[in-house]
Design a protein around this ligand. Sequence first.
Ligand code: NDP
Length: 442
Amino acid sequence: METITKAVHDAVSAITGQDSNAQLVKKGDWVLLTGASGFVAAHCLTALLDAGYKVKCSVRSQEKADEIRKRRASHADKLDFVIVKDIVEPGAHDEAVKGVTAVVHTASPFTLDDKEDNRKYLLDPAIKGTVGVLESIVAHNPSIKRVVVTSSFAAMIDLSKGLRPGYTYSEADWNPITYDEAVKVKNGAAAYCASKKLAEKAAWDFVEERKPNFTVATICPPMVYGPLEHSARLDALNTSTADVYRLINGSCKTVPETSFYAWVDVRDVGVAHAAALNAPSDRYFITAGNFTYTQMCEIIARHFPQLVNSGMTPNPAGAPPPPEHYRVDNSRSRRVLGMSYRTLESCMIDLVNSLLKLKATEEGTHYEAAPVSVTDVRTGDEHRSHALPGTGLTGMGSAPKEWKETENLCDCKEGECKAGESSRKKCQGHMEGHSAPIVLNK
Ligand code: NDP
């Protein structure tokens, strides 16, 4: 994280010409994280804690607060909780915003199913939920400096233009749908995309019109995939994880047609939110690039061949080539936030392992994840350990033959671990749930 933080500071200095240490949000400050029980938010929480912030989590129930507290026992003194049952309620975040320096607003419904009432199920929670947080800040904590809003590629894509061969999406693009069209549209994906566009636009308009003390940065990821760090059940997976689970649970007999042709690893989305706390107020397209479901199935076939052989994963061999489609430009996020992106291969290995582990837990059996060698995507250095959620590392496939499972340490020297302090601790077995360590057999 230090490397990322420095890269962010250097980038900010280069662009603004100001002292990079003049941070809006400092280590040790409290940050409010809304929707903290969610898939993306869990990785925002990891990144915020890794970056040295304390985090006040807003969740819908005491049970959800207790689950997070249990999972993050080693960070107990850096966590606080507030119950917000429904972000649509006026003043829902009045208490939540007190005592914090910044807000990361992730809470919003993500579903692509058709809805009988787009306004009630999507538009109100997205738009009123976002504006409501901003209103609460103005009324109850005007000393807040920065609000990071989780928006989406959904706020950028123009669905009416189809796959747009030859076109490259960037932060300059806005989904053109209007509120009136969004209320009436009969397609669930279009209604969700509208909810994200209108919520993000409402945040920018709020700042423009009300001129509050805080500035806004928005994070726009496309489909977000990766290991689960939140409390999840297979029968109630978040939408993007369910998108992959159907590729390994036997429900797809052939490779389905790709819905959105861009993706990003959820761990990188978490890092981007933390970096945006001190970055210039702007829109950031957080994407690793294009992908197709065929590529996902090819990775599954390579690393989990049993899933293809048993018919749980559709055989990618012979799947039709994808149609020509749009490209994506992540250059601003690399340049300004210092982002570097994990590969689809490492993401899929960690996500599939995560899902198979969850399945085994629900069935009361044991699942041993295949060991992988890992490379720090920022330094390119190999770090010999397991790929672990939240480590900042990329899995590179099956372990080489000379590796053996022995003890609980990576082979980096103390203080020189390229993966960063928290990962080194994880390699030392300090992380809850750490299992099956692997080191190089020298
Ligand atoms: P999740 O469903 O896992 O998380 C959504 C979170 O929002 C949950 O904590 C949920 O609480 C909370 N929430 C939803 N509606 C309300 C409400 N009315 N009142 C209070 N809390 C509410 O989805 P993701 O983690 O995938 O999504 C998180 C954010 O990331 C969203 O803003 C989404 O649009 C955005 N995003 C996600 C992408 C993806 O591929 N996953 C892609 C691009 C953007 P609870 O669980 O208790 O209902």
